[in-house]
Design a protein around this ligand. Sequence first.
Ligand code: NAP
Length: 451
Amino acid sequence: MRTVRVAIVGAGPAGIYAAAGLAAAGPEHGVRVLVDLFDRLPTPYGLVRYGTAPDHQRIKEVVVALRAALAGPGIRFFGNVEYGSDLKLAELRQCYHAIVVATGAAADRPLPIPGIDLPGSYGGADFVAWYNGHPDVPRDWPLTARSVAVLGAGNVALDVARMLAKPVAEQAATEIPDNVARGLAGNAVRDVHLFARRGPADAKFTPLELRELAESPSVDVIVDPVGAEVTAEEEASIGRSRQRRTVLRTLLDWVGREPTGAPRRIHLHFRSAPVAVLGGGWVEGLRTERTEPGPDGMINFTGDHRDWPVQAVYRAIGYRSTALPDVPFDDAGGVVPGTAGRVVDLDQLAVPGLYATGWVRRGPVGLIGHTKSDAAETVGALLADLEVLPEPDAPAPEAIIELLRVKKIDFTTLAEWDRLDAHEIALGQASGRQRTKVVSRIAMINGGRDT
Ligand code: NAP
């Protein structure tokens, strides 16, 4: 049976689902597919480990299935290998018939309004990376603001608002790293204001995640009545979507609620678009402008401004993928362009042997499970192209290991991840948590030791 070698760049759910799909479906196409997954982090699982909030352990349970896939026949994991600097496309092409880009979307979408770069104005993705113990972000996060603005009405905005408002004691049993537990313990916040530029019928929240916001006894959740009205057109646009209807009902139940006296409050403000971050040397406020529904799902700005005294602003208005060296990138859409998983160049011509899957291909929307169907399409395209894949010069599985060694790249393997995983769980058990994440990259590579 012919052997086909595939490199997947990015070992998050998208990459792992594609690897499993290729390894499983190869024989039906008369080939044995050997897949190597590369990740710039020493650990697998991408945004499951570094994007999903630590108190969402249920969502993180997907790692059991992802670990099983990684350990499957014909699949290898190489962590701590950065595409572009450690390995270039040309080098991958020497060893593999095909390359699949599955690098996700981990950066913040920019918000070009005055003052957005003031100190105290943060990208939500950076905060998410901090509270998840990402090795490449600073260990300390300034949590001195008493009033905070969160921009956006999606699940990331909910995560950011909840992580800011929920007392650290209620997160004790999760997997937050020690530096994050210490940081959150000193959090001065009292009021978190979440601003949505549309009305409540158009919020992008999902029902479970929204209701969870109000589960903490230490947090009152209040919807500002101003802007919370629902027009007949908005009501009609919900159609048969049970999810949107449940979200709307929950939000309307919270309109004008009286605070119970809980120490912290989350206020949700609708039809309030952020137009400027105010302040001199540091964030002192946020200016919003009232919106109303416009034609074709657009919004109109009304000229009605309001200033909110806040000392920190977190924008959670969506993620964005980052361009990769030697891989086409659609800057406007923030994705690798392609059709059915095949990457295309600026002339819309398929680039031989180059594929993409997950958020980097279709944009940063959808839950983890959605990347599975996405991967199936990319796998199907690659296997349909078997006859035209470029032949590599060095297809032997040892060739890439030799290359990494020559380049002195300190790569990690699945066995090393398993050791770190066990170490983190043991550390967590010692302090009553599900896991205590190791944050330093060196310690991650050395199974938990900092030297
Ligand atoms: P999202 O769901 O697309 O929400 C982005 C929000 O930002 C929208 O409300 C959007 O408003 C708003 N926005 C965009 N540009 C804006 C601007 N210029 N000014 C003001 N607001 C702006 O994205 P996300 O929250 O990053 O989530 C990404 C995906 O991950 C989603 O599918 C989400 O469900 C998923 N996720 C799931 C969980 C979970 O716990 N299950 C947690 C995190 C993320 P418009 O609607 O007006 O564009």
